[in-house]
Design a protein around this ligand. Structure first.
Ligand SMILES: *Cc1c(COP(=O)(O)O)cnc(C)c1O
Length: 372
């Protein structure tokens, strides 16, 4: 039985291989007589699962040793509060607004710090990227926050800003929830990266925080202990019970990514660069089709277009319901756009094969012919 192609923005499709493996291990993990959900997080079985997941994440993302990897809970929205609690020291923080998610981040951070919006694409309805050279960075910001892929508006920073070259020593904080592990991260430009797992990594409930060690230990006194990065780091993400099943499943996905990399005939490309090349090819196929069609359109500026989340519009909104119903009949699920943007959105994370994008384009072509 082949499953439909699932274009959900999140929680999103997982690699079928991973789901099969998890199903096979559901009742009895590696002969220990227990499923992963049923074992103590302090037992040797789960400790080995968590260590392996962390080691594989470090390998996949090439995380330098001076960064700590924390497995937390609360999602990216909780991090909107946890980041300023831990890093702001109650002072000035700089935020770049590129869409709904960064807007939410800035709003939440105002409760804990003196937020300065240093650039915004709001006047362009979040369809562009404010040029880095024009960011009005503060002299004394505790950090600069960006959302490097705006899941709702489909805007992606294809290169992370090099703050040092702008004369800014503040650490860069990135919300990379919806494109983590889709391409390499230049850690020399990053102080802290956070991501909810449910877009490109695993089930909802796990939040990954990757933070430079020197940024730990400055939490505001009001910070809940379970959200104090230093406390979580010292306890190796076991201060309280971590989301054990989410960590296990994410670990299976990291191993799947490693197998994908090994199986990708990309010449010199290694690691996530090989995954990035596949994602670029998938996105190019869809954008090229949309751009070459009079029936469909993309409203995002070409240099700002996300490779993961691709909002698009039919020439008439009156056809949206028919498009979605037909898509479902063709085994193409969850293409409805976010309500704040409208139209359609195809989320094509790592787990979406090229064949899924090809099937979508074939359906779009056929639909346009019948309704054009
Ligand atoms: C989904 C998403 C969030 C919200 O994540 P939660 O897990 O619901 O808190 C925040 N930022 C980005 C970029 C997202 O894609």
């Amino acid at each position: 039985m082949t499953r439909p192609f699932n274009f959900s923005a999140g929680p999103a499709a997982l690699p079928e291989e991973v789901l099969q493996q998890a199903a096979g291990e559901m009742l009895d993990w590696h002969g220990c007589g227990m499923g992963v959900m049923e074992m103590s997080h302090r037992g040797k079985e789960f400790i080995s699962i968590a260590h392996q997941a962390q080691a594989d994440l470090r390998e996949v993302l090439s995380i330098p040793h001076e960064f700590k990897v924390l497995f937390m809970q609360g999602g990216a929205l909780a991090e909107n509060a946890i980041v300023p609690m831990n890093l702001s020291r109650g002072g000035r923080t700089d935020y770049v607004i590129t869409g709904s998610w960064s807007q939410k981040s800035a709003k939440e951070a105002r409760k804990y710090s003196d937020v300065q919006v240093v650039a915004s694409n709001e006047a362009d309805h979040h369809t562009t990227l404010p040029p880095v050279a024009a960011w009005r960075l503060s002299d004394q910001a505790a950090y600069v926050h960006v959302c490097s892929n705006e899941t709702i508006h489909g805007v992606e920073m294809h290169e992370l800003p090099d703050l040092k070259s702008l004369g800014c020593d503040a650490p860069l904080v990135i919300d990379c929830s919806s494109h983590i592990a889709s391409r390499p991260i230049d850690w020399s430009r990053v102080g802290l990266a956070y991501a909810g797992a449910q877009k490109n990594i695993g089930p909802a409930g796990l939040t990954m925080v990757i933070v430079r060690e020197d940024l730990l230990g400055h939490a505001l006194p009001i910070t809940p202990s379970a959200f104090d990065y230093k406390v979580v780091s010292d306890a190796e993400s076991m201060y309280n019970t971590p989301p054990t099943y989410g960590i296990y499943l994410a670990g299976l996905v990291f191993q799947w990514i490693k197998r994908q990399v090994e199986n990708t005939p990309q010449g010199e490309l290694t690691g996530l660069a090989a995954i990035e090349a596949r994602n670029a090819a998938k996105a190019r196929l869809l954008y090229d089709f949309i751009d070459g069609s009079a029936f469909y359109s993309s409203r995002v500026a070409v240099n700002a277009r996300s490779r993961m989340n691709i909002p698009f519009f039919l020439h008439s909104d009156a056809l949206n319901e028919a498009f979605l119903a037909g898509a479902k009949d063709h085994g193409l699920l969850q293409l409805k756009g976010h309500k704040s943007v409208g139209g359609m959105r195809a989320s094509i994370y790592n787990a979406m094969p090229l064949a899924g994008v090809e099937a979508l384009v074939a359906y779009m072509k056929d639909f346009a012919q019948r309704h054009g």
